[in-house]
Design a protein around this ligand. Structure first.
Ligand SMILES: [Zn+2]
Length: 228
């Protein structure tokens, strides 16, 4: 269990196991047990030390799934907590929960957001609601950022000269009227390397506009882009 990446073994619906490395800590982590019990969540409290009683920890990890507990222990002692935080960030975990001794004293959890690196604390009592709220905020922020990036990298033109000039650089999407013919699309690709990526159902109507390439009546606004 030393240096391999931890994985979550499959198992039935989880209850919660509270592990502490020293009997001295039972008084502190006992508060976590009280909170869980108050919420009606089944839990157990064990004193196990990865350093002093590694065999008992190993046995616990092996037997826990059969009792409904999914175990993920990052017990590598070759890395500092900061290193482990960094690794979980690299793996894209959106929200990291940190519970240190001081947090236990205050019955709180520190929530670290992957997207903004912001940390905030939330009370243990309704941690589920706080986690859901943070995850919603993260989802919204990622979506807004992606949408803004796309909008910032999308332009439109009805002129083929301008189209060609835009395509000289790294233009993202260019929206232009197109007649619907494969021959025009092929000619545009040959001359500019750009191909049609999308014709959204919600496009602005092309009433009266001419095809970018051939000048025939356009049938749609097409989204062109170059492959890099
Ligand atoms: Zn055409």
């Amino acid at each position: 269990m030393a240096n391999e990446r931890p994985t979550v073994p499959p198992g039935p619906a989880p209850v919660v196991g509270i592990l502490t490395g020293s009997p001295n800590d039972v008084e502190v982590v006992g508060k976590a047990r009280e909170v869980l019990q108050a919420l009606g969540i089944e839990c157990e409290l064990r004193v196990l030390s990865a350093h002093r009683t590694p065999e008992r920890v190993r046995k616990y990890v092996e037997e826990a799934p059969a009792r409904g507990i999914r175990v993920l222990i990052d017990d590598r002692d070759t890395q500092t907590p900061g290193w482990k935080f960094n690794e979980w960030e690299l793996r894209g975990v959106p929200l990291r929960m940190e519970i240190g001794p001081k947090d236990l004293e205050k019955s709180q959890v520190v929530l670290a957001r992957r997207d903004t690196r912001q940390k905030s604390s939330a009370p243990m009592e309704d941690i589920g609601a706080h986690v859901e709220q943070r995850l919603d905020e993260i989802q919204r922020a990622l979506y807004d950022r992606a949408l803004k990036f796309r909008e910032d990298h999308t332009s439109s033109t009805d002129s083929y000269d301008e189209f060609k000039a835009i395509m000289e650089g790294r233009p993202g999407f260019v929206i232009s009227p197109w007649c619907g013919s494969a021959a025009c699309e092929a000619a545009i690709k040959t001359e500019t390397q750009a191909t049609i990526r999308n014709i959204p159902f919600t496009s602005v109507p092309v009433d009266g506009k001419a095809c970018l390439k051939c000048g025939s009546p356009a049938t749609a606004h097409a989204w062109f882009a170059k492959a890099y």
